[in-house]
Design a protein around this ligand. Structure first.
Ligand code: NOJ
Length: 765
């Protein structure tokens, strides 16, 4: 019997629906097409007519909120204005947005200064990086994407918005939708991984979750798909590095998740730090104006990344700060974040004619329209209510959601001899490793800033509370994350010897992933690998609980452990979520959103690379002069889309509705999924295609759909997918989307490297 069949069935947002959705957001000030660029609502126009140039520049300026300063340094401490200066500026109408301050008390003070103290009484927008939770933290976005469950992503984004909006916030700088194909890049952790289609689905889900159905609702937050664009393609995975990219790859791989996010209703985006083929994204008129507004019809607001406009000088693209402000606004950046350059230079640049007044007015209109869209003019104190703040913070419901999301994000990579799930009684367990009892590394990249850390559940607590006899667990740290611990190995080995099974909690610390945390080597730190060797030498069965914010190159005894769980950074409830999977309360069903390579040196490494003229032979010993490494196989150690569970599944009976797909027709693909295991389980069935011959070489495979199916033991379900011409399109020689008639392979699969394969022909129109 099928108890649940969800998502996503067919394909992502079609190119056509993306285009339509981008300009069709209800509630945003969109008027008759010809006049759209020139006028907003009556209220917006009336305000604009009264504004001085200084006040206009103020609306286009965002500063770190030092009235309620963040507890940790989330960004470089530059251009900071203290609380007194900020309040004076707000009174003078010289600030439009404050960022990364939280709490209703400070919000009230700042909003009062704007609404009661400034000449035009324009309310402030309060923004923050609410990326995967606020006080209650959910799994890092990468982990959650592995759930292949957009409904889950929507629910956690909504949970985060409900908690953060109660703390005086209107706007989140999330979701991050950068496609990341190089695991050296630390910010892989913040997005949906290496695949475009999964990226589109998750981007749209997160936007829906943050914003909800009604932007004026108090628990809704404006979403910001970021970083526009191609930030995930930084050379060598080095953060902030330059991007060299073809137009085809830009449009096929890096832009679609943004389009999906806009189609889902996102009204803002953030310009990236990187350059693209020599033009910094933050001064990139082609990107920010021609593509974003011209081609896609985006009517919303572009905010720069933190001081990204000022960094045009360091890029060697602007002569000085004044020039940087000019280039950024002319390119299409509406709001300058933290540099203060717009405030300082826009009035003079405009008065001098270096920036047309119409350009400034258009940006101001967009910012005022954004404020209007969330009801701020009518309800300036929305989201500022201390009672609501207390009620909606760290609730049991949010903690439960975090635990559920954690369990659904864990990927079972290996389970030799079905050692997992473990019994809750009758076995002595040794939990060993730097993350065994650690509460500082459960949250992940963005979790550390606003979280209520008292909620953090470490592994030892989670495991202990699942055991019939908590005394059956011995805990030993063994070593630190990157250094030894006096006597640590000896105590760890003794603990392993005294146990029946070892749980080895090893991997990356929180500060090895995220912004500015690029690594050259994506292995487990050497000291932990040595600890693993010492433990393995005891001969005790080892279950690896991997802590990580990217794919890891596993090696030696860790790679060969009896079982491996990819447990990422799961948020507040990490210890409980891991215990749920370890002991089988939750049957793991997540799949890898990034390929695990054999070695670090394979990066950038992703499943959907293009076919070469000399593909690697199946037999690694066959003739030379092929596209392969000297020492290792090309294939992933664990490929994109892979993951096991405690049940087993079989796919059979692949059927295509036709061997041909008419130009305007729909091809239906079905396959039978059977639970061949002994337990109820969920499986993620994946649809891939390959275009055999095209006017541009095509990826070896491309994900085009997936479905999660939940089945009782012995039960079967017919999984159905559909493909249309739109799903077969690519960027052709003239850098536009096109479909070409011809033969395609199609797989219904368990991962990106297996499956039942069929063929069909797309007929000419
Ligand atoms: C820099 C990061 O790149 C961006 O993602 C973030 O939103 C801003 N800092 C603001 O904190």
């Amino acid at each position: 019997m099928v108890s649940k069949a969800s998502e996503d069935g067919r394909s992502g947002p079609s190119r056509r629906s993306v285009l339509a959705g981008a300009s069709a957001f209800a509630g945003f000030a969109v008027v008759a097409p010809k006049r759209a660029a020139a006028s907003g609502s009556d209220r917006v126009e009336a305000l604009l007519a009264q504004m001085t140039l200084e006040e206009k520049a103020g609306q286009l300026s965002c500063f770190a909120d030092m009235i309620r300063p963040p507890i940790a340094d989330m960004n470089p401490l530059v251009n900071l204005r203290n609380a007194q200066t900020l309040l004076a500026e707000i009174h003078a109408g010289r600030i439009g947005v404050l960022m990364n301050g939280v709490g209703t008390a400070g919000a009230l003070e700042a909003q009062k200064a704007a609404v009661e103290g400034s000449r035009l009484k324009i309310p402030l927008l309060f923004a923050a990086d609410i990326v995967h939770g606020f006080r209650t933290v959910f799994p890092i976005p990468l982990a959650e994407s592995g759930s292949f469950d957009p409904r889950l992503a929507e629910r956690t984004a909504h949970g985060a918005a409900s908690e953060a909006s109660a703390s005086g916030l209107h706007w989140t700088f999330a979701p991050m939708v950068d496609v990341a194909r190089d695991q050296r890049w630390g910010r892989v952790a913040e997005g949906a991984g290496e695949d475009v289609y999964l990226g589109e689905v998750m981007a749209a889900a997160r936007v829906r979750g943050f914003q909800g159905k009604d932007l004026k609702a108090e628990d809704s937050m404006l979403a910001t798909p970021k970083h526009f664009a191609a930030y995930g393609a930084v050379t060598a995975g080095l953060d902030y590095n330059s991007v060299e990219i073809s137009e085809a790859t830009l449009r096929e791989v890096h832009l679609p998740p943004f389009q999906a996010a806009f189609a889902a209703g996102a009204l803002t985006t953030m310009s990236a730090f990187n350059d693209i083929n020599g033009v910094p994204a933050t001064a990139n008129k082609r990107l920010l104006t021609d593509i974003l507004r011209g081609e896609w019809g985006f009517k919303g607001v572009v905010i720069s990344d933190y001081t990204a406009d000022q960094e045009l000088v360091a890029h060697g693209y602007a002569h000085d700060d004044r020039d940087a402000a000019r280039l950024a606004i002319l390119a299409g950046v509406d709001i300058s974040m933290q540099s203060g350059l717009y405030l300082r230079y826009l009035p003079e640049l405009t008065a001098a004619g270096a920036v047309p007044m119409a350009v400034v007015d258009a940006s101001v209109r967009r910012v005022l329209a954004l404020k209007e869209a969330i009801g701020l003019f009518d309800n300036p104190y929305r989201s500022i209510n201390a009672k609501v703040e207390a009620m909606r913070t760290a609730t049991p419901t949010l903690r439960q959601l975090s635990r559920e999301a954690g369990g659904r994000s864990i990927v079972l990579l290996r389970n030799e001899g079905a050692i997992l799930p473990l019994p809750t009684a009758g076995k002595r367990l040794a939990l060993i490793g730097p993350f065994a009892e650690d509460r500082d590394n459960v949250l992940g990249a963005w979790g550390g800033f606003f979280a209520d850390r008292s909620l953090n559940v470490d592994l030892a607590s989670g495991v202990r509370s699942a055991l019939a006899d908590p005394g059956a667990l011995i805990v030993e740290r063994g070593c630190e994350v990157e250094t030894t611990l006096a006597g640590g190995f000896e105590r760890a080995v003794a603990a392993a010897q005294a146990a029946d099974i070892v749980l080895l909690a090893i991997g990356e610390s929180q500060d090895m992933t995220g912004e500015a945390k690029s690594r050259t080597d994506i292995r487990i730190p050497a000291v932990q690998q040595r600890l693993a060797e010492a433990i393995a030498a005891t001969g005790k069965p080892v279950v690896v609980l991997l802590r990580h914010g990217r794919a890891i190159a596993l090696e030696g005894v860790v790679r060969d452990a009896r079982a491996i769980l990819a447990t990422w950074f799961l948020g507040s409830e990490m210890g409980n979520a891991v215990a749920d999977v370890l002991f089988g309360t939750v049957n793991p069903s997540a799949r890898l959103p990034v390929s695990f390579p054999q070695e670090s040196g394979q990066e950038p490494f992703f499943y959907n690379g293009r076919t070469t003229g000399r593909p690697a032979p199946l037999d690694p010993n066959s003739q030379e002069y092929k596209s392969r490494w000297r020492s290792i196989r090309n294939e992933a150690l664990y490929p994109f889309g892979f993951g096991l569970g405690y049940a087993s599944f079989a796919l059979s009976d692949l059927k295509l509705s036709d061997a041909r797909l008419g130009w305007n027709d729909t091809l239906r693909i079905t396959a039978k999924l059977t639970n061949t295991g002994q337990t109820h389980g969920e499986h993620v069935v994946q649809l891939y295609i390959h275009d055999r011959v095209a006017s541009r070489t095509r990826p070896v495979r491309e994900l085009k759909g997936f479905q999660r199916v939940s089945l009782a033991p012995g039960a079967s379900h017919d999984v159905r997918f559909e493909l249309r011409r739109e799903n077969l399109m690519f960027i052709g020689g003239d850098d536009r989307w096109l479909a070409e008639p011809g033969m395609f392979d199609v797989w219904v699969a368990n991962s990106s490297i297996d499956g039942l394969v069929g063929q069909f022909e797309l007929l000419a129109g």
